[in-house]
Design a protein around this ligand. Structure first.
Ligand code: ATP
Ligand code: MG
Length: 548
């Protein structure tokens, strides 16, 4: 049993590293997390962070944070700030100072010149669309560009012209001279440098040519002494190019690239570009909207770093692509909140109960545990009197058979208090029930046919907005949908104007609670005011089968 467990705990990457260490290829394990600063981090990145940082930790090695800033974008700085904040919040500390691919632009440029001088790179003046057609397809080999046979001198001059801004964007690029007939399309003379006149967040207008991801990535890894460059499976083909570039440059120590499967979660999109589109199209307000699968969205919703890392741990590191159920993430946070959250009662959709056999002045104080199993979390007092709120869904005017909650002539138990019996109702002109008149039986014991419902005395009720969330996408796998935006769940956010017990904020040290019978909620301090408290539902109490 133990052996079996041990085997499962060691991933294929651990096995590779163990072998490398045994053969003394490597002594100090060095990984890196290389985000493109073009959006906020999401759960997919949490998986990558977990793998890179935990592997470094396991081997007492190091993990760098390197921004792959080869694509100048006005918003880079904003994204860099959020990415750093999210990594620290997850509890990871990168090795020394933050690195940027742009720190190596000079070196990368020199390596490009080295390839030109070795006749392994050329400046292509084909248009972007022609480059694409000349590249061929999986079934059709590519065709050489007419510029492929320029002399080294011609290429040097052209590359310098690119560098000095003498050539317009899109009119030339530097390509590796590999093989236009290669069965691996990426090896059909990939682009190494392109012209972009955008301002760069670090180098401003110093450069107007930028290396592509493929060219910059392997060189940056090598410069930093990365030993194991871990990425997702879609970069499998890029590995051949990664190796080709490093083999053909005067670089002694070569990092090795290994791939693991990308994280996909049901009803979710894990792509910065696509998540950014949800914001641009005003479907979602911001990157940290509590429905977003971003680290900042989950944090705002009430997920803890620990629950996200536990989720990543359960995923393991494999090469199998699969679609993970949302419930695997939810069960991690539910388990944690079950032991840490103070219990309280909240009402989503209130309806007033007037208890007619209790007079206005009567008030009973009830001492209740903050946590049913953990007595060290202390006690709190709630008030019972003649005016209370219950949830509209706990009363039925025309009840079905076996309805155990409140109905005319029926009895329920108010949690922690007495049983009450409903006698009559009051309605407004739209036929909505506004009040239920009940009598209190002053009986704490209840019959098993009586349901137990939650309630709040009007005296202790504080108005609040309770926001209940569901998936943004109706489809189980929106990733494979061509038009993923046509698949939006219009009920992903439902706002209830309800109540919470106003004492809870005073007694709990954290602002995350279990609202009994409803779920776990967190007060959003960023947007709540004294008059309007806003709570996000983190997760329901039990797995919601309806959403499946
Ligand atoms: P996105 O499509 O969201 O922009 P990306 O792959 O372009 O993702 P990068 O910013 O380049 O994202 O990501 C940094 C690291 O995170 C890369 O090593 C990448 O492979 C990894 N990563 C990104 N998405 C996932 C995912 N869904 N599962 C696992 N790892 C991921
Ligand atoms: Mg990307």
């Amino acid at each position: 049993m133990n052996n079996h467990k041990k085997k499962r705990d060691i991933s294929f990457i651990h096995k590779i590293i163990n072998k490398d260490l045994k053969k003394k290829y490597e002594k100090n394990i060095h990984t890196r997390f290389p985000p493109d600063p073009n959006g906020y981090l999401h759960l997919g990145h949490a998986k990558s962070l977990y793998i890179n940082f935990e592997i470094a930790k396991h081997y007492q090695g190091k993990c760098n944070l390197r921004f792959d800033d080869t694509n100048p974008n006005k918003k880079n700085s904003k994204y860099i700030k959020s990415i750093k904040q999210d990594i620290l919040w997850l509890g990871y500390k990168w090795n020394k100072h933050v690195k940027y691919a742009s720190m190596y632009f000079k070196k990368i440029y020199k390596y490009a010149v080295e390839l030109i001088k070795k006749n392994l790179a050329y400046v292509d003046k084909l248009k972007k669309t022609d480059i694409r057609t000349f590249r061929g397809t999986l079934n059709k080999p590519g065709i050489n560009s007419p510029y492929r046979n320029q002399t080294i001198e011609e290429n040097m001059t052209l590359f310098e012209n690119m560098k000095y801004g003498n050539i317009q964007e899109g009119m030339a690029c530097l390509r590796a001279k590999i093989d236009m007939k290669s069965p691996i399309i990426i090896m059909r003379d990939p682009v190494l440098y392109r012209i972009k006149f955008n301002e760069h967040h670090k180098t401003n207008h110093q450069w107007c040519i930028y290396p592509t991801y493929d060219f910059a990535h392997c060189i940056s890894d090598a410069i930093e002494g990365i030993t194991h460059s871990l990425c997702t499976l879609e970069f499998q083909d890029n590995r051949v190019l990664y190796k080709w570039i490093l083999d053909n440059l005067n670089i002694l120590k070569q990092p090795q690239q290994y791939e693991y499967s990308r994280l996909n979660i049901e009803h979710m999109i894990l792509s910065k570009r696509k998540l950014g589109l949800l914001i641009k199209k005003k479907i979602i307000n911001n990157w940290d909207d509590p429905r977003m699968p971003t680290i900042s969205g989950l944090r705002r919703r009430g997920y803890t770093a620990n629950s996200i890392l536990n989720f990543c741990k359960n995923l393991g590191i494999t090469k199998q692509d699969n679609l993970i159920e949302m419930s695997s993430l939810e069960s991690c946070i539910r388990k944690e909140l079950d032991s840490t959250s103070y219990r309280t009662m909240g009402i989503l959709d209130p309806i007033t109960i007037s208890i007619t056999n209790i007079n206005e002045e009567y008030e009973e104080s009830i001492q209740i545990l903050n946590h049913p199993k953990n007595h060290s979390m202390g006690f709190r007092k709630i008030i019972f009197n003649n005016m209370i709120y219950i949830d509209r869904s706990d009363f039925q005017e025309n009840p079905k058979k076996n309805y155990y909650r409140l109905k005319i002539g029926g009895t329920v138990k108010l949690k922690y208090s007495y049983t009450i019996t409903a006698n009559s109702i009051e309605k407004d002109c739209d036929n909505n029930i506004t009040k239920i008149f009940c009598t209190c039986n002053f009986q704490k014991n209840h019959n098993k046919d009586h349901g137990i419902i939650h309630w709040i005395s009007k005296k202790q009720a504080k108005k609040c907005e309770l926001r209940i969330y569901s998936y943004i996408f109706n489809d189980k796998n929106p990733n494979i949908k061509k038009n993923f935006l046509s698949n939006i769940n219009n009920e992903s956010k439902i706002i209830y104007n309800g109540f919470i017990n106003k004492e809870i904020q005073k007694s709990s040290p954290v602002n995350t609670y279990q609202l009994e019978r409803i779920g776990y909620f967190k007060i959003d301090n960023q947007i709540s005011t004294n008059k309007n408290i806003i709570l996000h539902q983190i997760v329901s109490l039990k797995e919601n089968k309806k959403n499946k």
